[in-house]
Design a protein around this ligand. Structure first.
Ligand SMILES: CC(=O)SCCNC(=O)CCNC(=O)[C@H](O)C(C)(C)COP(=O)(O)OP(=O)(O)OC[C@H]1O[C@@H](n2cnc3c(N)ncnc32)[C@H](O)[C@@H]1OP(=O)(O)O
Length: 168
């Protein structure tokens, strides 16, 4: 099971300290220093995402770290450049039903446009899913456009139900 990094402390969880895998990318939990490694350039490819100040980024990072293993953001760092090439998150929802069952929610998966088509997105998603499974979740769910159904099918997901939204 992955462990989110504490805001300042080094951490020896899965992926941390390990070298890049065969494709030249290391998947590991988000770190504070990732602000300068292109984290927001990545997120902007997902949705309009103006860069945050360092103060705002640190504050949000601390909030998420306080959630422990119930909120994990993974990133893929390219060994050759030290830049981030992918990111994604999984949140653990605590339910009353299903004997206080846990549900993983996959969110904000993105691979840099220059790194797509090499299997990195699938590798990242599978790591996030494994984290949820290790946490005891009985399922992992996500929302996506119909164009992405093929990608998530490759990651092992099946289509289920209908997504609805109410925006403010
Ligand atoms: C829950 C959410 O976060 S939904 C938001 C998802 N993110 C986005 O839409 C942001 C923009 N898009 C991206 O960042 C990327 O294109 C991603 C994350 C969708 C895919 O990342 P990639 O690294 O390119 O995917 P990857 O190379 O791992 O593809 C794995 C398999 O899925 C297939 N695949 C990838 N994208 C698609 C697609 N849009 N439609 C159908 N199949 C796809 C690949 O062909 C590959 O299949 P193969 O093993 O037979 O060759």
């Amino acid at each position: 099971m992955e462990r989110p990094r504490a805001p300042v402390a080094a951490e020896a969880g899965a992926g941390a300290g390990a070298g890049a895998e065969g494709d030249g990318y290391t998947i590991r939990p988000l770190e504070l220093t990732d602000l300068s490694k292109g984290f927001f350039d990545l997120l902007a490819q997902l949705s309009p995402s103006p860069p945050l100040s360092e103060e705002a980024f640190r504050a949000r990072f601390a909030e998420l770290a306080a959630l422990g293993a119930d909120h994990l953001v993974l990133v893929a760092e390219e060994a050759a450049t030290g830049r981030l090439a992918a990111a994604g998150a999984v949140l653990v929802e605590r339910k009353f039903i299903r004997r206080c069952g846990l549900v993983g929610h996959l969110e904000d998966v993105v691979v840099d446009a220059g790194a797509r088509g090499r299997g990195l997105g699938e590798r990242l998603v599978r790591r996030l899913v494994e984290h949820a499974r290790g946490r005891g979740c009985y399922k992992v769910i996500l929302n996506c456009t119909s164009e992405l159904k093929g990608f998530y099918a490759k990651c092992g997901f099946v289509e289920k139900n209908v997504q609805m939204g109410l925006y403010f």
